[in-house]
Design a protein around this ligand. Sequence first.
Ligand code: ZN
Length: 56
Amino acid sequence: MPLMVKCKSCRGEFSSKYQMNDTSSWHKPNYNLEISLICPGCGKTNEYSKEDHFFK
Ligand SMILES: [Zn+2]
């Protein structure tokens, strides 16, 4: 189950470099994430938080 993000520049979806095997900690309310990702579609770098990630 890959973690995906939606690019904030071109709105294309791509798989985050942040992946996890254990999703139980992901659903904890205090679990947070801040990661900068480069979109393979447009090449722009944006900051992505937990809310920007989704499972596909
Ligand atoms: Zn993009």
